[in-house]
Design a protein around this ligand. Structure first.
Ligand SMILES: [Zn+2]
Length: 259
């Protein structure tokens, strides 16, 4: 049997660790898969917890090293594009990054679409951000993926998803990914490992940032009845911590969910 290949689309260097860190640390959901990541918006001037770094070259290099360590730990082959982040290409403030707008309004969108389509070719499955919170570069990657990969799965973007209620997250998914269904991954046993992975992004993440991520995992309850299936070993008890993926039934069926 040929090894199946999954591509994780990560708008920035830390998005995979934030949103899929539990799934990856747990290991069983993608056991046997060959894992790849494409980080798109790599050139950066944002390193809130590394004031000793000055200038985009030094900050970009540090963020790349953090991503390399995370991917090596999780046996992920890492590829990067050289797109610059918003603040390096004319967005005037952090707030402006989250203003509701169409992805086509960003000059890099068409290039991002081409890059995602090329990168996704030959993969059995692609995981992409949902764009929760409205970061324009997350929205661009979601829409580029929707154009190129009809059978992708979408992860709930952390830490942003931690700002929304269960109902708001369900409504967002229904509006952006019509007819998508969801599955919850039990990450209760992997939260400590996820935190360790996140703290490896030392220029981006400190201990205080972990509370929102953990609170999300412990309180996330999608309304859909099919979101959690019974596990033979624990009965039908809902797990105490989850990460959530959305997509078509055929895409969800590719992963090894319990039950
Ligand atoms: Zn991001």
């Amino acid at each position: 049997m040929t090894t199946r290949r999954v591509l994780i689309l990560s708008p920035h260097s830390d998005d995979t660790a934030f949103s899929l860190g539990g799934l990856l640390a747990k290991g069983s959901t993608l056991r046997g898969w060959q894992k790849h990541q494409l980080t798109l918006f790599v050139r950066s001037c944002h390193a809130p917890y590394a004031p000793e770094l000055h200038g985009a070259d030094a900050i970009t290099a540090a963020r790349c090293r953090e991503d390399e360590v995370f991917c090596a730990r999780h046996d992920i082959a890492l590829r990067r594009l050289d797109f610059a982040e918003t603040l390096l290409r004319g967005y005037p403030s952090i707030a402006s990054i989250f203003v509701l707008r169409e992805p086509e309004e960003d000059a890099l969108f068409e290039l991002a679409c081409v890059a995602v389509a090329q990168a996704a070719a030959g993969f059995d499955l692609v995981l992409a951000p949902m764009g929760i919170g409205g970061h324009i570069e997350h929205v661009m990657v979601r829409e580029a993926c929707r154009r190129a990969c009809p059978n992708a799965l979408y992860y709930e973007d952390l830490p942003y998803a931690g700002d929304f209620s269960n109902q708001a997250l369900d409504r967002f998914a229904a509006s952006r990914l019509p007819n998508a269904r969801c599955r919850c991954i039990d990450v209760a046993s992997a939260l400590d490992a996820k935190a360790t992975g996140l703290l490896g992004y030392a220029s981006q993440v400190v201990e205080n940032d972990l509370a929102k991520v953990t609170a999300y995992s412990r309180s996330r309850r999608p309304a859909a009845m099919h979101a959690w299936r019974r596990q033979p070993d624990v009965g039908d008890a809902y797990p105490s911590a989850v990460e959530v993926l959305w997509g078509t039934d055929s895409a969800l069926a590719m992963l090894d969910f319990p039950g």
